[in-house]
Design a protein. Structure first.
Length: 230
């Protein structure tokens, strides 16, 4: 199974800490955070990684090259910032339309079991499956409302929802064809997957499901959470 890894963001909040490194390459115990991510998902069965890169991409390309620990590595390069949604759309245009893939945020880790996640996705006949983690108390993440069937009903603002519940853990399964409406000239438009595309899919009643897993979630998006990563 191929995995798209979103690793092209500016990492504005961590710039004072990382200086010239892209956020996913932040060192944790002297090893890039992204290396931990790749190592986990390689052991879960991912057979190829495609890094969606932009800002300071040279650091990622130099470290991972074209193959890392026996697994092929490819790159989808953002010539200008595309956001998480635009980056996924651009990468998906190069992939087989009807073959399920995994997509990952490059600055978060969530130990969802890939085999179970794929089985859930298939059993629900889902167009898009989100891995959901128990919501963190500091309310930095939006909540996800899920029906008893697993169907995603909506996104809850981090400012308005209670601390308990589920949140988007940045791990997705889908077929590239779900972005077919976006293919073409519009691919260069800056889009957020979380704030633009996901709410649209839910509003259109697409088959979006949430795989709830009480696993280990780790985020390095802020100086505070990065310091706690080690």
């Amino acid at each position: 199974m191929d995995a798209l890894v979103l690793a092209g963001g500016l990492g504005t909040r961590l710039k004072p800490v990382l200086r010239h490194l892209p956020k996913p390459m932040a060192p944790v115990l002297k090893r890039p955070f992204l290396d931990y991510l790749v190592s986990y998902w390689r052991k879960q069965g991912v057979s190829r990684f495609i890094f969606c890169v932009g800002y300071r991409r040279e650091a990622i390309e130099k470290y991972f090259k074209q193959r890392h620990r026996g697994v092929p590595v490819d790159y989808s390069i953002e010539r200008e910032p595309l956001g998480t949604g635009g980056a996924l759309i651009q990468a998906c245009m190069r992939l087989p339309a009807n073959k399920p893939i995994l997509a990952l945020n490059g600055d978060t880790f969530f130990d969802a079991p890939l085999r179970t996640l794929k089985s859930f996705h298939g059993a629900k006949r889902a167009e898009l499956t989100l891995a959901l983690a128990p919501r963190l108390e500091e309310r930095r993440f939006d909540g996800i409302r899920v029906a008893s069937t697993g169907r995603v009903l909506g996104v809850q603002s981090r400012k308005k929802t209670a601390a308990r519940g589920w949140m988007n853990a940045g791990v997705y399964v889908f077929k590239p064809e779900i972005f077919s409406d976006y293919f073409g000239a519009e691919k260069t438009v800056l889009r957020s997957f979380e704030n633009d595309i996901l709410p649209r899919f839910i509003a259109e009643k697409r088959r979006v499901f949430g795989f709830c897993h009480s696993g280990h979630f780790l985020d390095i998006g802020t100086p505070e959470s990065y310091q706690s990563a080690e």
